[in-house]
Every structure is written in C-alpha cells, then in structure tokens.
Design a protein. Structure first.
Length: 270
C-alpha cells in the first residue's frame, strides 16, 4: 500500500533514540523529510546522520529541552524553516518515573508533568498556527496506556498520560475545522533504553532480581512479550498517512492486550 507520504514533512520530538528514533526512521523510509529534537547533541546528530544516509531523506537535528518554552518555540521554528512546511507533528519526548506514591517525590511528579505533558503543550502551541496557515496537518501524540489502564506502581506516568489523552481529544474537537486531525497512540511496555531503567526501578521497589522484574510485564500480556520499537513506529507512520486523516479524536492502544491487574496482583503478593 502506498501511504502517500512521499514529499511530506514531519517534526518528531525525542527523536535521538528509542521510539522517537524508530518513528523518524520509519517516516523517512516512506519519503518524509524529518526534523528531530532531543536534549543531547551528540546522539541526536548521530541519529540524523544515520537515518539520512540510510534513507536519502533530509533529517534535521535540533537540540531542544522541551521543559523550556523557548526551546520548544525554537525547535518548531527551525524545523519549519528547514523543511518549508509541517505536515506531521509527532510528540514523543518524555518519560515519567515509575513507583508507588510513597516513593515519589515532588520532583518526580514535576518531571512527569513538565516534559511528558507540558512538552507536548509547548510544541503544539507553536506548531498549530503553522498548520492552520498552511491549510491542515496531522498530529500524533505518543502517550501511553497508563492513562487508560491504571496501575498503582505507574501512578505518575498514568497522571501525565491521562492529561495528554485529554489534550489530544480536546484539540481534535477544536481544530478539526482547520483540517488538522489528532490521534493518541498509547503503547504499553516497549523494548527501549528506557525500559531497562524501569525494570531496575521495579526490581528495587519489589526486592526482585532484574531478571524476575523483567518477566513481570510479559506475564501481563497475552502474547507473552513486550512490544518492539518498530511495531510502534509502523503504527505511527500509518496513522500519519493522509489515508488515515479522518481518524480524528481517538486513541489507539498498542500493548498486546495487556492486563495490568495481573502485574499488580504479583506486586501485592510480594
């Protein structure tokens, strides 16, 4: 199937590694020119060079810390200037610390909301006027299934994700008249660099070995494994296609049918 993405442009936040890198690569393979941002210059530049060489597309690396409004504005402005227009906005940057409420500090809660939620708000505040002026666009927000499948160990990510999901659905109602459509993609556990950190935290909190903690998530998924980056990237690329533009104001889980109650039951037995 031709996804009709060749010649389109996209901004992807958190694009230096993990799901963001996978999304940037998948879009570029379909003929999209992409601007990516992250906080660290070296891995960001390396990713841009790697994907550009692999796909032959224009990949623009822009250093940005999306906890800062000026950086979000600069990313959108520079990306727009480099690409000429912004057909697709993929908000992906950010992670939230896992843990039970007794172990979460004020800083943990602030981190959870500042980047994972407010980083999306900041980018959208600057990209939406561009999309309105050019006659339309597509926004895909990578959020997470914690917002719709709560777990007490993931209470901070769940709060940030629920806010992001509400934001996505609300803006879909506001901007549909401008031919801008929104969709939220809610991954469950994904095999990324960040996943290793989450497993370490679970092992610490539940006094498990790393290997035992790593088996918890797969045990809650009927398929018996967690997702791979490419699976999320493929879904986002399909949803970014003009063929999917009428999919607006909805959320799509990509979690293998995860039942988080199973994980909580294991924790409760510890």
């Amino acid at each position: 199937m031709d996804l009709q993405l060749k010649g389109k442009t996209a901004l992807v936040t958190g694009g230096s590694e993990g799901i963001g890198k996978g999304i940037a690569r998948a879009l570029a393979k379909e003929g999209v020119d992409v601007a990516i941002c992250a906080r660290r210059k070296e891995p960001l530049d390396a990713t841009a060079a790697e994907i550009g060489k692999e796909t032959g597309r224009k990949i623009v690396a822009i250093v940005a810390d999306l906890t800062k409004d000026a950086d979000a504005r600069n990313f959108v402005a520079k990306g727009h200037a480099a690409l000429g227009r912004v057909d697709i906005m993929v908000n992906n940057a950010g992670s939230s610390p896992g843990g039970v409420i007794e172990h979460l500090s004020e800083d943990d809660w602030a981190q959870s909301l500042q980047l994972k939620f407010m980083g999306y708000v900041r980018c959208l505040r600057y990209v939406l006027p561009i999309m309105v002026a050019q006659g339309g666009g597509r926004v895909v927000n990578l959020i997470g299934n914690d917002g719709v499948k709560p777990s007490y160990w993931e209470i901070a990510p769940g709060a940030a994700n629920a806010a992001g999901q509400n934001l996505t659905l609300s803006l879909a109602g506001q901007y549909g008249k401008h031919n801008i459509s929104f969709v939220a993609v809610n991954p469950g556990p994904v095999r990324t660099e960040r996943w290793a950190g989450l497993v370490k935290a679970m092992a610490r909190d539940m006094k498990l070995s790393y290997e035992a903690a790593d088996k918890l998530a797969p045990s809650s998924i009927p398929m018996g494994r967690i997702a791979e980056v490419e699976e999320c990237a493929n879904l986002v690329t399909m949803l970014a296609s003009p063929l999917m533009h009428f999919v607006n104001g909805t959320m799509i889980e990509i979690d293998g049918g995860q039942d988080k109650a199973l994980m909580d039951q294991v924790r409760d037995r510890r």
